[in-house]
Write a protein that binds this ligand. Structure first.
Ligand SMILES: Nc1ncnc2c1ncn2[C@@H]1O[C@H](COP(=O)(O)OP(=O)(O)OP(=O)(O)O)[C@@H](O)[C@H]1O
Length: 276
């Protein structure tokens, strides 16, 4: 039963494995609570488990052990139909959005409304897009308004990535899960993208969880930083308490993350300002 104070996510001692011969651990002993309206960045070296955690939060990956509650329910104890309904409250934007290459952008973006539509509306929209104005408004917010009727396979990597994010704006979700949204974007578009995602999350009081390799942007934009390493939470802190030593330790023996702040740029603890 969900009340106003029910967290969006409540996770205890969560363990996740991937399929395959070794069933290697991807997440171990994860403890996490995320409330409505919270915005947090997930950082950590490659292979730390960020994508696996986002897939778990999206109910796309079933945990092997532990407690996992979303909106007060245990998704994997629900029937398939109930879990399907729960998933309509979650939106996962993968790093490479699964957009049909021959589809027009307008149709691909409007597909985010599928969970809200009847089968008939969905079929009609494939032939004649329903509410193209809404798709246009979403694309404009990612500086992509001129691509409304382009074919998906004619988009650049960065345009495709933002097209995937425009879908998020058309969803009804209250947990927005975004995996490395900036990997194909230049600095100006990166700022625009993060600001748009954060404004959208704030306007619907949604939880926003965003994995980022750009540590400087994570610290500049997000009030809470959750760092993963080797499938475990290395730290989970307000950004003001994150120090350069913690970042160094997190990426020890790893190639430096993209756009990591230089040592000279950082006080200890880090002095960072919001960009919202
Ligand atoms: N489909 C899969 N099958 C088997 N192992 C996997 C699979 N996907 C990920 N893994 C393993 O799970 C661990 C966590 O991977 P994950 O993709 O969650 O990390 P990540 O932090 O998102 O990495 P990156 O920053 O490189 O995207 C890694 O050891 C990875 O090799």
């Amino acid at each position: 039963m969900q009340s106003a104070s029910t967290p969006v996510y409540r996770i205890k001692r969560l363990v996740a494995r991937h399929a395959g011969g070794t069933r290697a651990l991807a997440l171990q002993g994860i403890e996490l609570q995320i409330g409505a309206g919270e915005q947090l960045a997930l950082i950590g070296p490659s292979g730390a488990g960020k994508t696996t955690l986002l897939a778990t939060l999206a109910c796309a990956h079933r945990p092997a052990e532990g407690t996992f509650e979303a909106f007060g329910s245990r998704p994997w104890d629900l029937s398939d139909a109930e879990r399907h309904r729960l998933r309509a409250r979650l939106f996962l934007a993968p790093q490479t959005p699964p957009l049909p290459p021959r589809q027009r952008v307008v149709t691909a973006v409007l597909a985010a409304r599928l969970p809200q539509w009847s089968l008939w509306q969905a079929l009609v929209s494939l032939v004649k897009p329903q509410d193209p104005e809404a798709a246009y408004r979403a694309l404009v917010r990612f500086n992509l308004g001129d691509k409304l009727y382009s074919r998906v396979d004619r988009l650049s990597g960065g345009e495709r990535q933002r097209c995937g994010l425009a879908r998020l704006l058309l969803s009804n979700a209250h947990a927005l899960l975004v995996d490395e949204p900036l990997s194909a974007l230049d600095p100006a578009l990166s700022q625009l993208t993060l600001t748009t995602l954060q404004q959208e999350a704030a306007s619907r009081n949604a939880a926003l969880v965003c994995s980022l390799h750009q540590v400087d942007l994570a610290l500049a934009h997000f009030p809470r930083i959750v760092a993963l390493k080797d499938g475990k939470v290395a730290f989970d802190l307000p950004r003001e308490q994150v120090t350069q030593a913690m970042i160094d330790e997190l990426y020890l023996n790893e190639p430096p993350p993209a756009n990591a702040p230089r040592q000279d740029d950082l006080a200890t603890p880090l002095a960072v300002g919001a960009c919202l």
